[in-house]
Design a protein around this ligand. Structure first.
Ligand code: Y12
Ligand code: CO
Length: 175
């Protein structure tokens, strides 16, 4: 499948994604196509809605201690649900759908998540550190929430101004 990243302010990103009921070839093709796109664009997490499909699927590939990403560490989550969370942590987040912007976001430090794999098998994961942050960021996408929606009013206004300027500059450099 040929996929492209949907970027803010596309309204698609506001959609609530639907529960996946069929663990068929269509789902497998979507997941298989999301992975190379995430790697090409230097991502560590990608939700299906970010490539235009409003279904509850996401992928994660957290770099190891040597800062290397490998397919062995790829996690695919279908229909994830956070069952418990604890602590608080702040991390400067970025998102492939909001290019060039990074902001400090507060999230739970640890999360327990139930999810299904690509074949519908039920799984559980206990996550903390960067993985826990990435899971929460990607699960927000399934609800139509972006990390910029969590900014204070004044930070959001500043972001909108800078983002508009960036889009304008990008447009004029393409002419
Ligand atoms: C911690 C915080 C946020 C997440 C969510 C996943 N976020 C990403 O994977 C962000 C990737 C990203 C990649 C960029 O590089 C390129 O686009 C080539 C990037 O740079 C620019 O937009 C210029 C920004 C974000 C997980 C864990
Ligand atoms: Co994102």
């Amino acid at each position: 499948m040929n996929l492209n990243i949907v970027t803010y302010p596309d309204k698609k990103l506001k959609e609530k994604s639907k529960k996946i009921e069929k663990f068929d070839n269509n789902l497998h093709q979507l997941l298989d196509s999301m992975y190379p796109l995430m790697m090409e664009t230097n991502g560590i997490g990608l939700a299906a809605i970010q490539v235009g499909y409003s279904v509850r699927a996401l992928i994660l590939n957290i770099p190891d201690e040597e800062d290397t990403q490998s397919i062995e560490n790829l996690i695919e989550m279908i229909n994830p649900v956070i069952t418990s969370q604890s602590g608080e942590t702040i991390y400067q987040e970025g998102c492939l759908s909001v290019p060039s912007f990074y902001e400090d976001i507060t999230r739970s430090e640890s999360v327990n998540v139930n999810f299904q794999d690509r074949d519908g098998n039920t799984k559980t994961i206990e996550a903390n550190g960067l993985l826990a942050i990435a899971i929460q960021h990607e699960m927000d996408h399934l609800e139509g929430i972006l990390f910029i929606d969590k900014l204070t009013y004044s930070r959001r206004k500043k972001f909108e101004k800078e983002y508009k300027k960036m889009l304008k500059e990008k447009k004029s450099s393409k002419k």
